[in-house]
Design a binder for this molecule. Structure first.
Ligand SMILES: Nc1ncnc2c1ncn2[C@@H]1O[C@H](COP(=O)(O)OP(=O)(O)OP(=O)(O)O)[C@@H](O)[C@H]1O
Length: 598
């Protein structure tokens, strides 16, 4: 639907034309009619006054007033009926547009290469583009219509004025040029100030969220940071308010000075027209209508234009972000379902001299990293924080392709597997695993969205020690979890972790990785969860990742990641016997964590 290109202001019209053609064409027609209304109003009022004057002067009979009255009635009906009809049509059109925009944008988001998700700058753009696409697209469309209305109504009014008094038309054009220039500049300036204010708003909104949200509640109490953060919030809030007030004042001054200039021009032109009115060159009807037209015209050319230009600048920025977003590179087959790997027999996983640095950075996180893992052994990767353990899993699951060296599964390069096969073969529970506000059972079933197996589900829940949790839930496994839905129930951090691990167990994957989902637990509790996982998952190949060595003991073989490569490998006993070994040093420093266990 959205082609990768530089989106221009006109796309605010082209996109709705493609998605909701009937409603957009209706809106275009209404815009054209609306823009002709001021000219029409001017002419029918002039006609009405002239006819009334003629009747009054006995030049014509009463029946000739009917037509001008009907014409005025048409105008009144149009301006009263059209907005309500338009609103009904707009609502249905906007719903459809919203559904399609949301779907396309979330699909694009899902297809993005993972590097964009982890990049701070693109993350900012993603937030801006995805937060209110409908609001921005509707504002863009309405602003285009507003601009078109201003242009057509100004031109038609100008024609009326010039056809009666050419000089007045010239004066208006002459004075409107600097007004137009000032309006453009003010619009742009206001936009720049608004951007500045929005930056500050983002900061204080974040502070406000940590002052009130549920996730920070415990730490708020623990560290008592509410008062200093509130003060910082108030400071930023004031800063942003000052900018907003400045914009308001500038806009007000601009608007008022625009009105004063408008009034001045009208007075000058009225003074110029008075001799013609006096000499009978123009009728009273035309005179009144002209004053009306000139007033509308000059207003159009000054502050109305300023606010349109302001919106134009703001919405152009949204399209810039939108263009960058749509042009972001995608992962091939990102949205395919995991392949059915039932018949696949896993034998080995090998990293052969793999080197990798994150896009846009210079430091190698993995450097000539090599190891071989066999199907009949369980492994644990250990290493200090930041050693590169998670990076290994990211390469394995295809989040990043730009690595040197080879990664082989059963001796075959992972680049020769389809992404669907990789998805089917490997499952990981990460440190920041997702907590879905879905039903309890759906939190597990999404581990394998191609096959539902109720028996397997019940077994896993039981094996992972979650039976009691299910019993405590009002609707058992059909209870919604989290805090979003009414009647939903939140469960403890440890229970969420076991639920996330159950999701992995429910998948059919052949390589199962626990990447410290237990990081929030204390070291002893972490060891217990890993042990439980090992028992439940004993027939499948598992990799454990941790920087705490208590959990490493459950593995048959331990690989120590250090400075981007495997520095040591062997059983717990073998590694402990290495003189000056990294593992044995780590073990000694962590010993006190497990005093009751090790
Ligand atoms: N998206 C990224 N862009 C740039 N650098 C990154 C990115 N992700 C991780 N890094 C860096 O790569 C290094 C290794 O990170 P990684 O998450 O693999 O470590 P880890 O061994 O899993 O650590 P931990 O035990 O803390 O989870 C760290 O220095 C980290 O700052």
């Amino acid at each position: 639907m959205f082609k990768p290109k530089e989106y221009k202001t006109l796309d605010y019209l082209i996109l709705p034309l493609r998605i909701i053609p009937a409603q957009t064409i209706y809106a275009i027609l209404i815009t054209i009619l609306n823009s002709l209304i001021p000219a029409y109003q001017t002419l029918v009022i002039a006609n009405f006054i002239n006819t009334a004057m003629d009747i009054f002067n006995g030049k014509t009979d009463y029946s000739s007033i009917y037509l001008p009255i009907v014409l005025i009635m048409c105008f009144v009906m149009f301006t009263n009926l059209v907005p309500s009809i338009t609103q009904i049509i707009d609502t249905s059109g906007q719903n459809k547009l919203n559904a399609i925009l949301k779907k396309e944008i979330s699909l694009k988001h899902a297809r993005l290469e993972y590097k964009h998700i982890e990049n701070h700058d693109t993350q900012e753009i993603l937030n801006r583009v995805c937060s209110d696409p409908l609001g921005n697209f509707m504002a863009g469309l309405n602003n285009l219509f507003r601009g078109a209305t201003l242009l057509i109504s100004s031109f038609s009014l100008l024609m009326i004025v010039m056809s009666s008094t050419f000089i007045s038309g010239l004066i208006i054009i002459f004075i409107s040029v600097p007004l137009f220039y000032i309006a453009m500049k003010t619009g742009k300036k206001n936009y720049e100030m608004e951007v500045e204010s929005q930056k500050i708003q983002r900061k204080y909104n974040y502070l406000s969220s940590i002052l009130t949200n549920r996730d920070s509640a415990e730490e708020r109490k623990l560290f008592s940071y509410s008062t200093p953060i509130s003060e910082k919030f108030a400071k930023l809030y004031n800063e942003s308010s000052k900018i907003e007030t400045k914009i308001e004042i500038k806009s007000y001054i601009n608007m008022k000075s625009g009105s004063m200039v408008t009034l001045l021009i009208v007075i000058i032109i009225v003074a110029l027209l008075l001799p013609s009115l006096h000499s009978g060159g123009i009728s009273l009807g035309v005179f009144i209508a002209l004053v009306n037209a000139i007033y509308g015209l000059v207003q159009n050319m000054s502050w109305q234009l300023s606010s349109t230009m302001y919106e134009y600048a703001r919405l152009k920025e949204y399209l810039n972000d939108f263009s960058i977003f749509i042009k972001l590179s995608e992962k091939k087959d990102a949205c395919v379902l995991p392949a059915d790997v039932d018949s696949f027999v896993f034998k080995s996983l090998e990293f052969r001299k793999v080197s990798f640095k994150y896009p846009g950075t210079e430091r190698y996180i993995l450097k000539d990293c090599s190891f071989v893992l066999n199907h009949n052994t369980n492994y644990c990767f250990v290493g200090v924080n930041g050693a590169g353990k998670t990076t290994i899993t990211k390469l394995l699951v295809g989040m990043y392709d730009e690595f040197e060296g080879e990664i082989l599964i059963n001796g075959k390069n992972i680049r020769d597997y389809t992404f669907a096969e990789i998805k089917g073969l490997i499952s990981v529970v990460y440190q920041d695993f997702a907590k879905y506000s879905l039903k309890f059972k759906d939190n597990i079933l999404i581990g394998n969205i191609i096959k539902t197996d109720e028996e397997k589900l019940v077994n896993i829940v039981s094996e992972m020690g979650l039976d009691d949790v299910v019993k405590s839930l009002e609707f058992g496994m059909d209870t919604y979890l989290g805090k979003v839905k009414e009647n939903s129930k939140d469960i403890s951090g440890g229970q969420w972790q076991r639920l996330a691990i159950s999701r992995l167990l429910y998948s059919n994957s052949k390589i199962n990785i626990l990447d410290e989902p237990t990081a929030a637990l204390d070291p002893l509790a972490e060891s217990n969860v890993y042990e439980l996982f090992r028992q439940v998952n004993k027939d499948r190949f598992s990799i454990y990742i941790t920087h705490r060595l208590g959990a490493a003991k459950i593995a048959d073989e331990i690989l120590v990641v250090n400075e981007g490569y495997i520095a040591e490998q062997g059983s717990h006993e073998q590694l402990m016997s290495l003189e000056n070994g990294i593992y044995s040093k780590m073990f000694a420093s962590q010993k006190s964590w497990y005093e009751t266990d090790i």
